[in-house]
Design a protein around this ligand. Structure first.
Ligand SMILES: [Zn+2]
Length: 76
């Protein structure tokens, strides 16, 4: 008798009986669809959001420095 291929939240292997036609029990059906991939894309989304924030801050700083330099050059 095979057991579920999923893992519990504490990382221990699941011992439930898999659903017919699946390697996972009803609790771990979402792991069959690649829950790890979902986690990775969540991290990627957070990373992209952080990157967008950094890029926008750098852009604003670049614009500010550019204005400062223009004032400095014209001021001379
Ligand atoms: Zn399971």
């Amino acid at each position: 008798m095979s057991t579920c291929a999923g893992t519990n939240q504490d990382g221990s292997p699941c011992h439930n009986t898999p659903m017919s036609g699946s390697a996972y029990c009803h609790v771990h059906q979402d792991q069959a669809n690649g829950a790890a991939g979902t986690d990775a894309s969540g991290v990627a989304r957070r990373f992209a959001r952080g990157l967008a924030l950094v890029v926008s801050v750098l852009f604003l700083m670049a614009v500010a420095v550019r204005c400062e330099m223009d004032h400095w050059i014209l001021g001379l």
